[in-house]
Design a binder for this molecule. Structure first.
Ligand code: PMP
Length: 433
């Protein structure tokens, strides 16, 4: 029931706590009440406009008219499950597969990154006949029972019989200091090899390596040259499969279709999710026909809301917009400009430890004064709140929670970037002041 005070933030929060159970996460020291979105903008209940530098789900912009139109037309024509033939869903799968190399032929649709990763892991376990999964030590792949065992950020899960973690590769805080780039690459490969070997020795056997192609949740590290290619070779030699989690990295986020193009490897299974439907739940596990058919034969997999005409309409409209509006080119160009502008600001702010990322997925590491680059998660949180108060939405994230995460909708323009940089300077000045 609506009460006169229902617009009051504190009242809404207490209703939310009761309705959802306290602990459901909210952003910022004073949470936002967002009621409308359009393009790169979100609007709160008082009509205040925010520039969105966080949301990758609304990848072609909030409420993009072509997606809204396609979804509403489909919803008023037909929306049913996938046990009838629907040409739209078939065409979307074909189109998605064609965006990868020849090893990717067929697609299993689902409704979330978690489900799509779960299917990928099970496929790998079924075709190899082994159970062992290797992931990185600060990753997140989803929240089902199986997948949450690999999600080693937040609530830390211990390594288990079926999951071994190795330290994610990075140059900024290297696993061992003083190594050349090639030696550092080898040091990380040794840790991966060790994880694989432990599965072989325990009898569990090694099934797959699963990675976010750009290590998004780990903090977008610069990866020692050659690591991904060599890791893929190592996995294949051990009889395992490589699963690229492209839930964050994919769909033009880096200015390429796929994150694995940036980090330089060829996966056997590709998982996509978040941006695929611009907000309509749509995810996919794409792989060879042989792997997918082995999985289908063993599971008779069915997912009520997946491969639906509605998913097809949303997914097709999103691909159309990315192509027709030249969004890959936009991402590459605006992203390069924004990254350089942030790098240029390093000198002026000792708090900027490092600027990383590709395209419109950038991370700025916030550190304490001093030579040690000590991470400063608290300051990163303060900075993201100051940016929010100026009308710009980011978050603090990464393995150490000290990275300002910049990941706007793909339609983010040069003018939006200029506006953000101006706010960035003002927010940083407030920190120093
Ligand atoms: N993989 C990655 C890399 C993610 O970042 C996430 C969600 N943040 C997931 C998978 C899980 O996706 P979903 O929330 O749709 O289940």
């Amino acid at each position: 029931m609506t009460t006169p005070s229902s617009n009051d933030l504190a009242h809404l929060i207490s209703r939310r706590d009761r309705a959802f159970g306290a602990g459901a996460p909210l952003f910022y020291d004073s949470p936002l009440h967002i009621v409308r979105g359009e393009g790169v903008h979100l609007f709160d209940n008082e009509g205040r406009r925010y520039v969105d530098l966080y949301n990758n789900v609304a990848c072609v912009g909030h409420c993009h008219p072509r997606v809204v139109d396609a979804v509403s037309r489909q919803a008023s024509t037909l929306n049913t499950h996938s046990r009838y033939i629907h040409e739209g869903a078939i065409a979307l799968a074909e189109r998605l597969a064609a965006l990868h190399g020849p090893q990717i032929e067929s697609v299993l649709f689902s409704c979330s990154g978690t489900e799509a990763n779960e299917a990928a892991l099970r496929m790998a376990q079924m075709v190899t006949g082994r159970k062992g999964i290797v992931c990185t030590d600060k990753t997140y792949h989803g929240n089902s029972d199986l997948v949450s065992r690999l999600s080693l950020v937040g609530t830390v899960q211990p390594e288990s019989e079926a999951v071994h973690a190795f330290p994610f590769p990075q140059k900024y805080r290297p696993i061992r200091p003083g190594l050349s780039e090639d030696e550092l690459c080898d040091a990380y490969l040794e840790r991966l090899e060790d994880a694989i070997r432990r599965f072989e020795q325990s009898g569990v056997g090694f099934a797959a390596l699963i990675l976010c192609s750009i290590f998004a949740n780990e903090g977008l590290p610069d990866i020692p040259r050659g690591f991904m290619e060599k890791a893929t070779l190592m996995v294949h030699r051990a009889g395992g499969l490589v699963i690229a989690d492209e839930v964050q990295a994919g769909y033009a986020r880096t200015g390429n279709w796929w994150g694995y193009e940036v980090s330089g490897f060829t996966p056997d299974i590709v998982v996509t999710g978040k941006p695929m439907g611009n907000g309509v739940p749509l995810a996919a596990t794409a792989t060879s026909r042989a792997i997918l058919e082995a999985f289908r034969a063993r599971t008779r997999y069915f997912n009520t809301f997946a491969s639906s005409p509605l998913q097809a309409a949303a997914g097709t409209a999103v691909l159309d917009v990315i192509e027709d509006e030249g969004l890959r080119e936009n991402v590459a160009s605006v992203g390069a400009m924004l990254k350089q502008a942030l790098i240029d600001r390093r000198g002026a702010s000792a708090h900027i430890g490092d600027v990383r990322g590709t395209g419109l997925f950038l991370g700025v590491e916030i550190v304490k004064y001093g030579p040690d680059h000590e991470p400063d998660a608290e300051l990163a949180f303060t900075l993201s709140n100051k940016l929010k108060n100026l009308g710009f939405l980011t978050s603090n994230a990464g393995a150490l929670d000290n990275m300002i995460k910049i990941r706007p909708p793909l339609v983010f323009s040069h003018a939006d970037a200029e506006e953000f940089l101006d706010a960035w300077d003002r927010a940083v000045a407030q920190l120093h002041g």
